[in-house]
Design a protein around this ligand. Structure first.
Ligand code: ADP
Length: 545
């Protein structure tokens, strides 16, 4: 027997209208591309989103058309999220940090009809536009006073486009399974793949994020999403803010340590989110300037493993609690979050850190398991490791324009990560399956080694890759950026430092000092690039040989 409750669709347009009705005066502040602060509220954001929807209809955009953005986190981008998806079109958030050939590929693959761009990206798209024949026009996210001269075909001004509309518009009642948006994975192997989210998946994911045990977001929260709206949906924070009426601070392109510190202090931000590289910049700035983060309660860090030393610094020096999150574009992106239990909080701090370096427990809605190569489920004992599989209503089922399922026969999605799960359900990523170092039939976790090395006082950033070895197949090479280039750490000292942190046979066979470690478009260490750079590297034959 079915329940007898209303079956009304879950739609993202409801989020902005909810915020406009219940929290009309709540502030949305943006540090604009032009460099000044812009402030308005949910009531105005909703009005302008409706005007945008009307303008899109006027220029011929239809239900199901794909409309791209290449933009920083700003109020106009925020309006695009609601205006485009709300009227039934599909928002494609393009990551401008992708290589030009990847940009060309994804814009053509998605068949974007219009692209909303920040003026920052005009030169990039002017170069690319010849390869994008189906794009009908480019909408520059600025006002008429700041419109640059451009060779872009059919260049329109955002403010001019929407000012002609009244905002007197009723959002269409769509099927909740209809697509809201597309994000492409950064495609470190092969072409990027598109993940097509639905209204339903977006709302369910947003609910999960706001929960007390997850993001703890409500109308009293002030959120600074530094994670870009073009990276895995800004981790759901655009929708979660409107769902709860939270105050929002949008950083535009200003992501350096000083700017972030000023934003936090100016708006009394209490929750912010970004990948570890952003926090390295902020922590360096704080150390050099002596400034503090008075209002900040928690920082959400994900996208790559969070070094223990980073957690410790945030918590013990600046009084900011670190919540490590794990997820992926294919998961909208949230999979798990590390929030200590009441019991965990009674442990001594170093023991708490042992837990905090893990990627945490799945939030309600996500199921997780680890399996071996025969697809047999492994024990949740904290030591067995295997392929991490997930399931849930905001996990991809198939990639955009592919008629093949993205799932295993039993309906689980293989994340490509290798992990352990402990008895309390805390998952820990040991590696991407392709980055694991296979030494003498055993696996060495490059993430664990990097994490340990990053705690060394003279190391700014560390990466570990497997390098061919005549006897052991592969051995770890530690690649480091020193804090002081004129006084890099020596190998002996680093090995001694690592010796009580990892198993002896994991210790790197060699260390290379570099000035810079390459990163991907989503801020992860570019292991593929490093493997290429060090492909002819010959390890000294050590005691491990
Ligand atoms: P990309 O487009 O770079 O693939 P994603 O953000 O979708 O971007 O990448 C997802 C992957 O990032 C995960 O499968 C995992 O390998 C890695 N990742 C995300 N969060 C964490 C974390 N907290 N710790 C370790 N790895 C992480």
């Amino acid at each position: 027997m079915f329940g007898q409750m209303q079956d009304s669709p879950l739609l993202v347009s409801q989020l902005i209208e909810h915020a406009a009705t219940l929290y009309p005066e709540q502030v949305i502040a943006t540090k604009t591309v032009e460099g000044h602060w812009h402030e308005y509220n949910y009531k105005e954001a909703a009005l302008r989103s409706r005007k945008l929807a009307q303008a899109l209809l006027r220029i011929g955009v239809k239900d199901g058309d794909v409309i791209a953005t290449m933009a920083w986190n700003t109020y106009r981008h925020f309006e695009c999220w609601y205006g485009i998806s709300g009227m039934g079109a599909i928002l494609h958030t393009v990551n401008p940090r992708l290589f030009p050939e990847q940009l060309d590929y994804i814009i053509n693959h998605a068949q974007d009809q219009y692209i909303f761009i920040d003026t920052t990206f005009v030169p990039l798209l002017e170069k690319l536009q010849a390869q994008l024949p189906h794009v009908k026009g480019y909408i520059l996210m600025t006002d008429s006073a700041h419109m640059p001269d451009t060779s872009l075909k059919n260049a329109l001004c955002y403010e001019t486009l929407i000012e002609q509309e009244s905002g007197d518009f009723t959002w269409p009642v769509l099927d909740e399974r209809q697509a809201t948006s597309i994000c492409y994975t950064s495609g470190t192997t092969g072409n990027p793949k598109g993940v097509l989210y639905s209204h339903r998946s977006s709302i369910l994911h947003s609910w999960a994020i706001t929960a007390k045990s997850v993001g703890n977001i409500d109308h009293e929260t002030c959120i600074l999403p530094i994670v870009p709206m073009f990276h895995a949906n800004a981790w759901g924070l655009v929708y979660a803010s409107a769902m709860t009426g939270a105050k929002v601070v949008l950083p535009g392109p200003h992501l350096d340590g000083k700017s972030v510190c000023q934003m936090v202090n100016k708006y009394e931000v209490d929750l912010t989110a970004a990948v570890p590289t952003v926090w390295t910049m902020l922590l360096q700035y704080l150390e050099a300037s002596g400034e503090t983060l008075e209002s900040l309660n928690s920082v959400l860090i994900g996208g790559s493993a969070v070094p223990r030393s980073m957690i410790e610094k945030f918590e013990t020096v600046y009084g900011v609690e670190v919540w490590q999150a794990w997820g992926m574009t294919e998961m909208s992106p949230l999979g798990s979050l590390n929030r200590l239990s009441k019991q965990d909080k009674k442990l001594d701090y170093q023991q708490q850190l042992d837990i905090k370096v893990k990627q945490g427990r799945p939030c309600f809605g996500v199921q997780m398991k680890i399996v071996d190569d025969n697809n047999t489920t492994l024990a949740n004992d904290g030591s067995a490791f295997g392929r991490l599989m997930v399931k849930g209503p905001w996990v991809v089922a198939s990639y955009f324009k592919s008629d093949k399922s993205a799932l295993e026969d039993d309906g689980w999605f293989d994340t490509g990560d290798v992990a352990t799960i402990d008895a309390s359900g805390n998952m820990q990523i040991t590696d991407r399956s392709k980055d694991v170092i296979k030494s003498g039939g055993e696996w060495i976790s490059s993430i664990d080694l990097e994490n340990a090395a990053m705690g060394h006082p003279d190391i700014q950033e560390a990466a570990v890759i497997g390098v061919a070895h005549p006897k052991w197949e592969e051995r770890p090479l530690l690649i480091v950026v020193p804090k002081d280039a004129t006084n890099p750490p020596n190998m002996e000292h680093v090995l001694h430092f690592l010796s009580d942190k990892v198993a002896k046979w994991w210790l790197p066979d060699d260390m290379a000092i570099v000035t810079d470690i390459p990163h991907t478009a989503t801020g992860k260490i570019n292991k593929l690039g490093l493997r290429h750079q060090f492909k002819d590297y010959k390890l000294p034959i050590t005691q491990n040989a």
